[in-house]
Design a protein around this ligand. Structure first.
Ligand SMILES: Nc1ncnc2c1ncn2[C@@H]1O[C@H](COP(=O)(O)OP(=O)(O)O)[C@@H](O)[C@H]1O
Ligand SMILES: [Mg+2]
Length: 167
């Protein structure tokens, strides 16, 4: 199982593109690639410092790397996310959005879609923080905003961005 060709083209084009000096802002050059993907019918759901995220189908998203910088590397984050999901125990899996598949060399990653992202940290319940602590999931305090969302298959809130060390 693979992903549509438009993403593969985009992954190649995004390499070596310039980035804004503000790490979370999409450059005009990146936006051109995003628009091309959207013109093929795939809506952008969000972006972070290292990855662009698109709706792939009803219940899955695909994450592709933004141009890499000294500090941000979407391929490395895809790999970290995949590996951590693989090695997580049952209790931890309940708190991590499932990774469904990855492309060769971690060029892309498919994850279950969250229909409801928690934005500001105040939207995240104490219960979630407690569950993470009990499961030995290390949330780096201020990094959880926009990185937690409701995950239907787990029937609860989960981390949707764990491309950095949490286990
Ligand atoms: N599983 C998901 N379901 C819905 N939206 C998502 C999902 N994963 C990421 N997103 C959206 O895309 C944004 C960027 O994804 P993220 O994995 O946080 O990238 P980065 O590693 O660059 O921070 C998130 O803040 C969120 O808005
Ligand atoms: Mg993020």
């Amino acid at each position: 199982m693979s992903i549509p060709y438009v993403f593969k083209e985009a992954i190649e084009s995004l390499k070596n593109l310039p980035r804004s000096q503000y790490h979370d802002i999409i450059s005009n050059e990146e936006q051109e690639i995003v628009s091309k993907i959207e013109s093929e019918g795939y809506r952008k759901l969000g972006s972070g410092t290292s990855r662009l995220v698109f709706l792939l189908n009803n219940n899955e998203v695909v994450k592709i790397p933004r141009p890499k910088t000294e500090n941000y590397n979407g391929v490395a984050d895809n790999k970290k996310e995949y590996k951590q999901y693989q090695k997580s125990n049952t209790e931890q899996k309940k708190l991590l959005a499932p990774v469904h598949k990855v492309g060769s060399n971690y060029q892309w990653l498919v994850m279950e879609k969250s229909p409801q992202i928690r934005g500001h940290e105040s939207e995240i319940t104490d219960a979630f923080f407690d569950q993470c602590e009990n499961a030995n999931i290390d949330l780096l305090g201020d990094m959880v905003g926009w990185n937690v969302g409701y995950i239907p298959s787990n029937n609860q809130d989960c981390l949707i961005d764990y491309g950095h060390e949490v286990l």
